[in-house]
Design a binder for this molecule. Structure first.
Ligand SMILES: [Zn+2]
Length: 172
């Protein structure tokens, strides 16, 4: 039987107890794999210090790299630096688990041979993104911002007659 290998996973079973340094390269295919909207490219190195113990393992994630997204202002691609770190513990899920609701805990089944970290990486990329994703001041495509500004103005103007109509209804 051929085991399906997940690219973004920690081979728990084959690791010896102790500290392990792992490195994952997150590339463009990750966007498609996770169906991330509004992301054009990603180049991130995720370094993981994984400590395997008898019961509870610890995982320290450090991400460094960049993503390319459409600029909120001009819609042209803008490169955003990504730097994020998270520490979590990995433990076998049990029925009455006190940790279940903590976000820094990865629960695994006792029979699991590897730990899938796809979701962990995904969450950390999204967390590292700023709310406003724009080019540096003056670096936007001015033709585009002018066009978007114009389109916005036209949209507002077309809404206005309806407000007039509403106002008329109200005053009658
Ligand atoms: Zn821009």
């Amino acid at each position: 039987m051929v085991e399906q290998q997940n690219k973004y996973s920690i081979p728990l079973q084959s690791l010896s107890e102790g500290v392990h340094n792992l490195e994952f390269t997150i590339t463009k295919e990750f966007i498609e794999l996770q169906n991330i909207e509004n992301m054009l490219n990603v180049e991130i190195t995720a370094k993981i210090i994984f400590t395997k113990r008898a019961q509870v393992h610890t995982l320290e994630l450090n991400m460094n790299g960049k993503v390319e997204v459409p600029c909120d202002r001009c819609l042209e691609p803008v490169s955003i630096a990504i730097k994020n770190s998270q520490e979590c513990i990995v433990k076998i899920a049990s029925e009455n688990d006190e940790f279940t609701d903590t976000e820094n805990v990865i629960l695994i089944e006792s029979h699991e041979k590897e730990i899938d970290i796809t979701h962990l990486l995904y969450e950390n990329i999204l967390l590292a993104l700023p709310l406003k994703k724009v080019h540096a001041q003056g670096k936007c495509n001015t033709a585009m911002t002018a066009y978007i500004g114009e389109a916005h103005k036209i949209k507002q103007e077309t809404i206005d007659p309806r407000w007039d109509l509403l106002r008329n209804i109200n005053s009658n």
